[in-house]
Design a binder for this molecule. Structure first.
Ligand SMILES: [Zn+2]
Length: 134
């Protein structure tokens, strides 16, 4: 948000400072050092600054990223659609189970067919979705 204070960034002479302004940035000319921050009524006032500017408004906190449960589930479903779920299998030879869709094979003597399980990141996305308030 832009600084809406009138003359917020304008350089003003010391004589224009008053107590209501409080802490400001103090400058010397020519500028050879960083501004001094504070109020001339304090004991730490250096006493040689001739001009001031108001302290800029702090930047706003960036907008938080809002993620909905539906969006996370849509991403998980979309990603999962890229993986064959081995729904069409056939037996091949004596020991093989073969997926007719992707060609993956499982040998009976090495544990046999393993049904599809969603990838870990899909499981994580779904868990994250459950944790998000709608
Ligand atoms: Zn498959």
């Amino acid at each position: 948000m832009p600084d809406t204070r009138p003359d917020a960034g304008a350089l003003k002479p010391l004589k224009d400072w008053h107590e209501d302004l409080g802490d400001v940035l103090w400058w010397t000319f020519p500028i050879r050092e960083a501004p001094w921050v504070g109020c001339p009524l304090t004991t730490t006032w250096p006493g040689y600054h001739t001009h001031f500017t108001l302290i800029p408004e702090p930047p706003e906190r960036p907008d938080e990223v809002l993620v909905s449960r539906q969006a996370l589930l849509a991403i998980a479903n979309q990603a999962e659609g890229n993986f064959c779920q081995h729904e069409n299998t056939k037996r091949g030879g004596i020991i093989w189970t073969i997926c007719e869709d992707c060609g993956q094979k499982w040998a009976d003597d090495q544990g046999g067919f393993k049904p599809y399980e969603p990838p870990a990141f899909v499981v994580a996305l779904r868990a994250l979705a459950e944790s998000v308030e709608c």
